[in-house]
Every structure is written in C-alpha cells, then in structure tokens.
Design a protein around this ligand. Structure first.
Ligand SMILES: [Zn+2]
Ligand SMILES: [Zn+2]
Ligand SMILES: [Zn+2]
Length: 261
C-alpha cells in the first residue's frame, strides 16, 4: 500500500481570500480559491497520520481531514504561517494523553520554545500542558524514521531563512524554498512519483520559488505528478490550471492524493 496525502491548506502566508482584498480571486467565492495556510497530512503503510506544519487554521484543518489522534508533527520552518497553530496540539493531547513528537531543525528549537514557552515550562497554570517531545531533524541532509516511514530531508534556502524539504519513498514535499541544490537533484532524480511543492505566483519573488521555477524543478527530478501549493491570491484555480503542462496541477484545500507503490 502506498501513501495517502491530504492537502490541509495550499495558501500563502496571508491565506486566500486576503483580508481586505477585493480582487476577483478573493471576492469570487470559488471553492478552489479558498486557501488555508499551507500544510499536509500523510499516512504511510501503517496508517498513522503525520502532519507537516500547523498553521493558524490547524484546528479546522484537522477537523476537516478527520484527524482525531496525532503523535507525529514535522515543522518545515517557523514562519508564522507554518507553526502558529501549534497551540491546537493541546486539544489532541488532552484527549489522547499520548506524547506528541514534533520534529524540527535544531536551529529552530530555541525559537519554538520561546514562542510557546508555556507548553514547555511550568508557568503555574493549573490547566495542565501537553507532553511535547522535540526531535531534531538532521543538520543539512539525512534520514529519520517517523510513524513507520523512512524519511529523507534536506535543509534548503528560503530567503534569509532555511526550510526542510522531505521525501517519503516515492512522495516528496517541499514548501517555502527559493532554490534547491544539485545535491537534492542528484539524490531524488527519478525516485519521485508524486511531489507537492510550493509555487507562490508567476512573478519573481525573493524568498519563494515561482510556479515556473517549481515546474522546472519537477522536470529536473523527473516527477510524474507535480502538484503546486502555497499559492497567493493572484492564482485563480480555473484560469491557471488550464495553463499547466501535462503532469502538473494546482492543489486545492481538501485535495486527497493517493501515491501508488
Ligand atoms: Zn509559508
Ligand atoms: Zn485578492
Ligand atoms: Zn516561509
């Protein structure tokens, strides 16, 4: 059995519609132009869910995806749109009383503990706190095991920050990168059937890969099915979907992807 992936959200940091914006995408009301902040859930052969990133809509996303128990979370990086739903892990913990492993790059551990200090230290609050166990991703490149899946990760440039991108067997997930190095191409070329990767918009951006750059990456990696995520409000699903080359499509919130063996 292969992997099952659900797109929890495919929007950029502002979400779509953008507050206060009256453009046709934001105001049009089209279901596939409603984008919560970027996140996925993945189920491997053991059927245990792993969530990558908990943005501000995490609670709603988990409800929609039917996630009622969660012990494995990975953070790609700590921009607000990827981790500010961290607090919602409390609800899942209070129900299960099982520790929640959160994997992130060692460079980001201090920052996560600073932002959500009350989850990691005794503040005197009487309501209890979740049992969060931080696990370190490899420094630049390496492998780790999560929920019975073997995962590979690289730490790649994202403007003045860096982000972890991931491969689980023949599925890869990369969000918020500007570029990936030749080491990634060399390691992953020909190994990936389906890849979900961010493409912010068509126009160049200092910290994000554009849709064209991401399509180029799919080609370099010989990906059979490429799916674009982390899109902004310039991307009208119907209009831009029609422009995608064969083998490439745009994500939408709630999309379910089965990855064959
Ligand atoms: Zn982002
Ligand atoms: Zn707009
Ligand atoms: Zn980011």
């Amino acid at each position: 059995m292969g992997y099952l992936v659900k797109i929890m959200g495919c929007g950029t940091s502002t979400g779509v519609p953008v507050l206060g914006c009256s453009c046709s995408v934001c105001k049009g009301g089209h279901a596939k132009n409603q984008r919560w902040r970027t996140s996925i859930a993945i189920w491997g052969p053991q059927g245990i869910p792993v969530v990558i990133d908990t943005g501000p809509e995490f609670r709603l996303q988990a409800l929609r995806a039917g996630i009622s128990s969660l012990q494995h979370v990975i953070y790609s990086h700590l921009h607000a749109d990827h981790c500010h739903g961290f607090d919602d892990l409390r609800g899942l913990y209070f129900n299960s009383q099982k520790k929640i492993e959160c994997w992130l790059h060692p460079e980001y551990e201090k920052e996560l503990k600073l932002r959500f200090h009350y989850a990691f230290e005794d503040t005197g609050y009487l309501g209890g706190r979740p049992d969060i166990v931080l696990r370190s991703l490899p420094e630049h490149h390496g492998f780790f095991e999560i929920a019975g899946m073997n995962a590979e990760t690289f730490f790649v440039p994202h403007g003045n920050a860096k982000t972890n991108i991931f491969r689980f067997g023949n599925f890869a997930y990369a969000t918020d990168f500007k570029t990936v190095g030749d080491d990634v191409i060399k390691a992953w070329k020909g190994k990936i059937h389906t890849m979900v990767a961010s493409g912010l918009r068509w126009k160049d951006h200092k910290t994000h890969s554009t849709i064209s750059e991401t399509i180029e990456l799919f080609k370099k990696l010989d990906v059979e099915r490429g799916i674009i995520t982390h899109m902004n409000h310039e991307i009208d699903y119907n209009i831009e979907s029609a422009k995608m080359p064969s083998g490439v499509e745009l994500a939408f919130d709630g999309m379910e992807i089965s990855i064959p063996d």
